[in-house]
Write a protein that binds this ligand. Sequence first.
Ligand code: SF4
Length: 211
Amino acid sequence: MEKSDVAALFQSFERQNPRPQTELIYTTPFSFLVSVILSAQATDKSVNKVMETLRPKVETPEAVLAVGLPALTESLKSINYFQNKAKNIVTLSKILVEHFQSCIPLNFSELVKLPGVGRKTANVLLVELAQEERIAVDTHVLRVSQRLGLSGAQTPETLERDLYDVVPRVFWSRTNHWLVLHGRYVCTARNPQCSSCFVKGFCKSFQEGLS
Ligand code: SF4
């Protein structure tokens, strides 16, 4: 896609939803981190449901350590990969208490060293909690970007690089939200709603009759 078309595409997203927000409900930065870790391979809806009762027990790393691994694992049973996620949340709580005065280090290279925190989670946290201009890439962002023709990248890391190259910087911190929401409600994996899609005029797949 030409850079001028990419700019026009994101202007359309901006007109449609100027201030897109995360659908994860949270009360503290740490409870947001817990929700983002839980949301890998799980829907935000399922995470919000579990967090409704769990949130008071995971608002700080100390609170997680007080709950302990067995009880946390039990509370997360409805979430995919709950055992690993519970282990990571407890281990990273210990690290934050012991090395970061119980605060989340808002620094990419420190974040990705924490258990359960990869590039995507680190970028999501830095956009949400530190207002940094970054693009987090998950499966929705990958699928929608490929369909639109923003990039032919096959991996999140190469797509992230391509997006920084083509998307105007002013849109970076909202790009993840727009593409995730579009992928969740319009450009779904199995049944994209192309006829009612407001960006179909820019979409490579639509123009090529592939979707
Ligand atoms: S036109 Fe279809 S494939 Fe293209 S972005 Fe819209 S929903 Fe997705």
